[in-house]
Ligand binder design. Structure first.
Ligand code: CO
Length: 134
């Protein structure tokens, strides 16, 4: 059911240091930082030939990644995102198979302007999974 890996998201406490690492040490192509007030994050996209890494830095006191950074002060892998063809079909399949869909199960418009859902990490070996309608 799942298709391409759309992105891996890394929560970063210091966006400048993170950009330095990916740009200068790893030699990747980076976007300009973009504030996403609806999602409480500032995002830098690391463009790779086959997927993206998204550097997520908290924006505002209610940022959804504040709690993660409290538990992981140096940052860490926050989630990975898989593409699906039809998010409602994917959701119904996941629910039927016993997976827990976060946030009441209704897709929200994600950072790329496409519908997304998040799945409970306890159902996926501790990894938070996002699915995005491609
Ligand atoms: Co994401």
């Amino acid at each position: 059911m799942i298709g391409n890996l759309n992105h891996v998201a890394i929560a970063v406490p210091d966006l400048k240091a993170a950009c330095n690492g990916y740009k200068n040490m790893l030699g990747a192509k980076l976007s300009e930082p973009k504030d996403e007030p609806d999602h409480g994050v500032t995002v830098v996209f690391v463009e790779l030939p086959n997927t993206k890494v998204e550097l997520l830095h908290p924006l505002g006191v209610d940022s959804p990644i504040n709690g993660f950074l409290e538990k992981n002060p140096s940052g860490g892998i926050h989630h990975m995102c898989f593409e699906v063809e039809d998010i409602i079909v994917a959701r119904d399949h996941l629910v039927a198979e016993g997976a827990r869909v976060l946030g009441g199960g209704e897709p929200k418009i994600g950072a790329h302007g496409k519908p997304v859902l998040f799945l409970h990490p306890k159902d996926f070996q501790g990894a938070l999974i996002e699915i995005e309608q491609a």
